[in-house]
Design a protein around this ligand. Structure first.
Ligand SMILES: [Cu+2]
Length: 68
């Protein structure tokens, strides 16, 4: 499965790596691509292992807001 999260609050490379790292730490995440300019985060994942809610939680735990 593929989804795009709309993340608010990322401003620099550190934010990008925080979000990317938090998502990649979840089981079932196979690829993460962060677009810092738009806040879009493309995620490829195995829906049997991880949910959108899990991803949202992981990003929010890093201090960023997930809008969609
Ligand atoms: Cu930053």
């Amino acid at each position: 499965m593929q989804t795009t999260l709309d993340v608010r609050g990322m401003t620099c490379g550190h934010c990008e790596s925080s979000v990317k790292g938090a998502l990649e730490a979840l089981n079932g995440i196979t690829a993460v691509e962060v677009h810092l300019d738009t806040g879009k985060v493309d995620v490829a994942y195995d829906e049997a292992q991880v949910t959108i809610a899990d991803m949202r939680q992981a990003v929010e735990d890093q201090g960023y807001d997930v809008v969609a």
